[in-house]
Design a protein around this ligand. Structure first.
Ligand SMILES: [Zn+2]
Length: 298
């Protein structure tokens, strides 16, 4: 079976979650090649199995090289493994114990490794069925995801206008990516959770110290991001995940290629960091866990 047909079959099983990003009507898989709405708006499956559901073309700065570097750092370097473990524990405890099937949407999934690793960890319980859906604005990211991982639904989509019906997801992941709380609240089941990962002050500090002079760029505060989360969702818990990873030269290259931090500094500084034989790198993140706010009954 080709990647495309595999993906078409998977989407067919879950076509009821989709809505047309143009007219909001229901969608269905048509002739094993497209997702089509009741007003005939048609979105074709790509050869690699993903669907592009953007209504207009979008150029992002996130290219193929960045996503391949990120995939290498995650898959070969295990760079985010303690983070993924921690999130998997949260999902198992909060969601899986209550129900056998879990729907996870990763918003800003990039090349798909976080979602895939996480689904594998949560799925280790035989009584659980986990379905993963990943969306990203960058076609380059989704392309790498659909080439690498065939058992997920991958869509190029705009977080401001996601192609899904209301209340479809048990978990919405938002890992080091922009949020859209109106959409999160619309897409979440009434007992679902948003799990958002934001950088803490020490995140990649060894890299930032080389790339930037000014102290304000060397340290990072997530206070505004956390406040916005708490305004829009009912905070259930938050965890701080902090560890260091030793990277060899090849993984240092991947880190440098992966992070947008290098976009605002000089080439010499990037080069001096890239030439290191090895480096201890700090990963310091907050995991925010929130539910829908219950509106007071008037
Ligand atoms: Zn339509």
């Amino acid at each position: 079976m080709t990647k495309k047909i595999k993906s078409v079959k998977l989407v067919s099983d879950f076509e009821y979650i989709f809505k047309c990003p143009i007219c909001n009507s229901s969608m269905r898989v048509f002739e094993l090649k497209s997702l089509i709405c009741s007003n005939n708006h048609t979105f074709d499956f790509a050869r690699q199995g993903y669907i592009n559901l953007l209504t207009h073309s979008v150029k992002t700065k996130y290219g193929k090289q960045l996503f391949e570097a990120r995939r290498k750092l995650i898959v070969e370097g295990g760079f985010f493994e303690p983070l993924t473990q921690a999130i998997a524990e949260v999902i198992k405890k909060q969601v899986v114990l209550k129900k056998g099937t879990v729907f996870i949407l990763d918003t800003g999934c990039g090349e798909g490794s976080h979602l895939t690793n996480l689904c594998n960890m949560v799925n280790s319980d035989p009584k659980t069925t986990v379905t993963g859906v990943g969306i990203d604005l960058s076609k380059e990211g989704i392309l790498v995801a659909s080439k690498s991982y065939t058992n997920k639904i991958w869509c190029v989509a705009d977080l401001a206008n996601t192609p899904f019906k209301d209340k479809q997801f048990d978990v919405i992941l938002n890992i080091l990516a922009p949020s859209n709380y109106a959409e999160f609240n619309r897409l979440l089941k009434s007992d679902g959770f948003v799990i958002k990962v934001v950088p803490q002050s020490g995140y990649l500090k060894e890299l930032r110290e080389v790339l930037f002079d000014q102290s304000e760029k060397q340290s990072y505060s997530n206070v505004e991001t956390v406040d916005l989360f708490n305004e829009n969702l009912h905070s259930v818990n938050s965890l701080r995940i902090r560890y260091t990873m030793n990277l060899d030269n090849s993984l240092i290259h991947s880190l440098v290629q992966m992070t947008p931090l290098t976009w605002t500094t000089s080439e010499e500084r990037v080069k001096s960091f890239s030439e290191k034989n090895s480096a201890e790198i700090t990963v310091d993140l907050d995991v925010l866990i929130g539910r829908k706010k219950v509106l007071p009954v008037s």
